[in-house]
Design a binder for this molecule. Structure first.
Ligand code: 13P
Length: 289
């Protein structure tokens, strides 16, 4: 079913768990994520990132997300991840996304706040929740994240961390429902073991009541730190690389060992099963039981 995103956020805060925000770039990916949530009876956010437009066009994936969300018994939030262009976030509004990240974190603070506040006003009138970002999420994936130090690790990661006072000011100015904060993660695989600044999360949680704090770049963070981040106030995790790459080894093996031509749908079906297991594993951690 299509979830009431505000209700899910309130429930996550009340019961100290986090919503799994998992990106899907294929039909099998969408099915794997939703079926995993169904089997664990957990609300789920299925996410489409603007950067994936060339592989998963929003005009195809928006309606597909809605179709699968309407079919399942668990509440599904349909989310746009890292919408960086105003035209694109407005497209997501038209395609029925119920939660939209408008990522203007590359802009100076005031402009970021102005842009997001303008969009939030429109989105809220339509019942859509809004996520934005203060501080920056570094990235080990080319093209994703506010700043990119691709392939070489991220130097001096603390320079990108979210300042708690700025986060509080931003929430007041924009009325966002969810805020991405930077406190030690990067998008993609970690080059070094991440060490999260949990005290910073606690402080921001205190200063931004009623706003769901979001951690991006969850792949590669150990379960102990994920649970500590939930206890400190993280209410949604963005997770992609772990699911998106989980089937690669199986695909290599299947092709290498084939004695006759393989149909693509056979590979896709096996990939879906592996992605579903990976999604189930991480959803259980976010349940924080
Ligand atoms: P990972 O790919 O590192 O899990 O991060 C996903 C993400 O944060 C998408 O916004």
């Amino acid at each position: 079913m299509i979830a009431d995103p505000k209700e899910i956020l309130r429930d996550a805060e009340k019961n100290n768990y986090a919503i799994p925000g998992i990106n899907a770039t294929t039909v099998e990916g969408i099915q794997a994520i939703i079926e995993a949530a169904e089997e664990l009876d957990m609300p789920i956010m299925v996410s489409h990132a603007q950067v994936h437009e060339p592989y998963a066009p929003i005009n195809v994936f928006g309606p597909l997300f809605r179709h699968f969300a309407e079919e399942t018994k668990v509440p599904v939030i349909i989310h746009l991840d890292h919408g960086t262009d105003y035209d694109y976030v407005m497209k997501a509004v038209r395609y029925g996304f119920t939660s939209i990240m408008y990522d203007c974190a590359h802009l100076p603070f005031e402009e970021n706040a102005q842009e997001v506040a303008k969009f939030a006003k429109i989105a809220h009138e339509l019942g859509i929740i809004v996520e934005a970002e203060v501080g920056q999420m570094p990235s080990n994936i080319e093209g994703i994240g506010g700043c990119t130090e691709y392939g070489v690790g991220v130097e001096n990661i603390e320079q990108y961390y979210t300042d708690p006072q700025m986060a509080a000011e931003f929430c007041k100015l924009t009325k966002v429902d969810m805020l991405t904060i930077s406190f030690g993660t990067v998008h993609g695989f970690f080059v070094e073991k991440p060490v999260l600044d949990i005290e910073r999360v606690k402080k921001i949680h205190e200063l931004c009541p009623g706003v769901g704090l979001v951690m991006h770049g969850t792949t590669g963070v150990d379960e102990v730190q994920i649970r500590a981040a939930i206890d400190a106030g993280i209410r949604k995790f963005n997770y992609f690389t772990g699911v998106g790459t989980s089937a690669t080894t199986m695909i290599e093996e299947q092709i290498k060992n084939a004695t006759s031509p393989i149909y693509y749908h056979e590979i896709a079906a096996n990939a879906k099963a592996i992605m579903k297991e990976r999604a189930k594993h991480i959803i259980k951690v976010f349940q924080n039981k």
